[in-house]
Write a new protein. Structure first.
Length: 288
């Protein structure tokens, strides 16, 4: 699965496991500020950030890109999440706010392994009716476009490459079984600047802030290659005792797996359900 294809060999392709939920209205920014873990008010219009929605107990429901094209419009770019269910859950908290929440069926999510034409870092690019995001890290340029039309499906290998690059950059891709299980610190979301400990209240804020200020974050993400394919939820052990759990897996050759493990652990071989794990470094550059 080479990462050095020329631009001409890596045109835009559909990302069918990505969807968009739109928050529209005068209270869009204030509502997002009250519900999500990152500081939406501090985000200038025309920019985007990583963000997360938490349970009251501080467990991550979803990690997503939050776009703020305008003060009265917020877009949530979700992966591996039912957008209709997500929008319905958010709707329960609208109350009297001047806000409309809906799945943005008119926006298709496309990706390419090339540098953006207009976007840069956290700044959103505008190309006619398309919005462009710089999803690239230090070692791999990537572009996301939200477009009225879907790009061709193309080869499934391209979507697998996209998933792999997310995992290599420490962006957890959480299946349903791994939602509402982990705090932002356990998923190392500080690497993406995806939550704030300084903004006002939001669901789970007290637990997140307490963990941060008392220095009680003892677990974080680790990335592994393995010749076998463990399942999400499998226990990671050192042969003697359980240490953590697999939270994201990409079946490949070799497979990639993200696991939540103690930040301080001794040397020794690790395995998950008999699969030997080889730890590799997470890539930087995806923080926004």
């Amino acid at each position: 699965m080479p990462d050095n294809l020329p631009v001409s060999a890596a045109p835009f392709f559909a990302l069918p496991d990505h969807t968009v939920v739109a928050l529209d209205g005068p209270d869009a920014t204030a509502f997002a500020q009250a519900q999500f873990a990152n500081d939406v008010i501090a985000l200038p219009p025309g920019n985007w950030q990583w963000n997360a929605w938490l349970t009251p107990k501080g467990r991550v429901i979803a990690v997503f890109a939050l776009l703020k094209p305008a003060q009265d419009r917020v877009l949530l770019l979700l992966s591996d999440t039912d957008a209709g269910e997500f929008a319905a859950q958010l709707q329960r908290f609208v109350f009297r706010r001047k806000l409309k929440i809906a799945v943005a069926d008119g926006l298709q999510v496309n990706g390419a392994f090339q540098k953006p034409d207009s976007a840069e870092s956290a700044r959103i690019g505008i190309l006619g009716e398309e919005l462009e995001l710089d999803y690239g890290g230090d070692q791999q340029p990537r572009t996301v476009r939200l477009s009225p039309t879907a790009a061709p499906a193309r080869e499934s290998d391209l979507q697998a490459r996209w998933f792999a690059q997310d995992l290599r950059a420490g962006l957890p891709r959480l299946p349903a079984t791994q939602r509402e299980q982990w705090t932002p610190q356990q998923l190392s979301l500080e690497r993406l600047h995806a939550f704030s400990v300084k903004k006002g209240c939001y669901p789970g804020q007290e637990i997140v802030a307490r963990t941060h200020f008392l220095g009680k974050a003892k677990r974080g993400l680790a990335l592994f290659e393995t010749d076998a394919t463990p399942a999400t939820g499998d226990t990671v052990s050192d042969g003697g005792k359980p240490l953590g759990q697999i939270v994201s897996v990409l079946p490949a050759s070799p497979s990639l797996a993200l696991a939540v493990l103690p930040l301080e652990r001794g040397p020794g071989s690790l395995s998950a359900d008999g699969a030997q794990l080889r730890e590799i470094a997470l890539l930087d550059g995806l923080a926004r």
